[in-house]
Design a protein around this ligand. Structure first.
Ligand code: SAM
Length: 233
């Protein structure tokens, strides 16, 4: 059985897609998506030998070699342009996901949808999408085993569309769709983050003051304020 987190990622893959799942580890996501008849074929990309071998074994054990190809390589270097129409990247930091997309930009020809599940820093992904003409189409935030996960979906389109002029900083941090819905998982995530930032701030107050520290303190105060404004609605 697939985790709720990965099932949610799969739910945003258009039916009949050819996908590449980058950082596939055990290839659980492509195996599930192929078995359920959601995708036509899949490439499972992995940069580390151990997880790559686990993916190969998983695909062989499931007898899905004719539908799923496991490839060893860094980020999008495992695909050729036009080969897939949907890319999933899950279970990594948002900064790493954004850097994989940035380095592999040339491979995104023909890709119509990105489904991304950052463990932290979804903001880095929202910024990358905005700067690269991908329109954030939906966001979901879920809790599983006490952890909160965000799932972002983007299509080629009008990157500015989900953002407003006045609130863009807040929307990039918290998610334009998520901050409207403000569900329980969202509240939990941002209450925890903001409590952590307050702790860091307290420690900073005790440290020797410098311009760099003041700048970091202001950045944190600003983020705490943005979160509090949204949560207090
Ligand atoms: N996607 C799976 C999931 O969400 O359950 C696995 C997540 S696992 C925490 C992250 C995987 O991404 C690891 O197996 C790691 O080796 C792989 N990875 C990290 N950076 C990568 C890169 N640049 N290219 C391909 N795979 C990468």
């Amino acid at each position: 059985q697939l985790s709720k987190r990965l099932e949610t990622v799969v739910s945003y893959i258009p039916r009949g897609s050819k996908i590449a799942d980058i950082g596939s580890d055990h290839a659980y996501l492509p195996c599930f998506a192929v078995r359920k008849g959601i995708v036509e074929s899949a490439i499972a990309g992995e940069v580390v030998k151990g997880p790559y071998l686990s993916a190969v074994k998983q695909v062989e054990d499931a007898c899905l070699q004719d539908k799923i190809e496991v490839r060893l390589g860094n980020g999008l270097e495992v695909i050729t342009p036009g080969e897939v129409d949907c890319i999933t990247i899950a279970g990594m930091g948002g900064t790493l996901i954004a850097s994989i997309l940035e380095e592999g930009k040339g491979k995104l020809t023909g890709v119509k949808r990105l489904v991304l599940q950052p463990n932290v820093s979804a903001k880095s992904i929202r910024i990358w999408l905005l700067q690269n003409d991908w329109e954030l189409k939906s966001e979901e935030i879920i809790e599983e085993d006490g952890k909160v996960y965000e799932i972002l979906t983007a299509d080629r389109g009008e990157p500015e569309r989900p953002y407003s002029n006045e609130q863009q900083a807040k929307e990039l941090l918290l998610g334009p769709f998520l901050m409207k819905a403000r569900n329980e998982a969202f509240r939990k995530k941002w209450m925890q983050e903001s409590a952590q930032w307050k702790n860091i701030l307290d420690n900073m107050e005790k440290a020797a003051q410098s311009d760099a520290l003041n700048e970091r303190k202001n950045e944190l105060k600003n983020k705490i304020q943005m979160v509090e404004e949204v949560l207090s609605k």
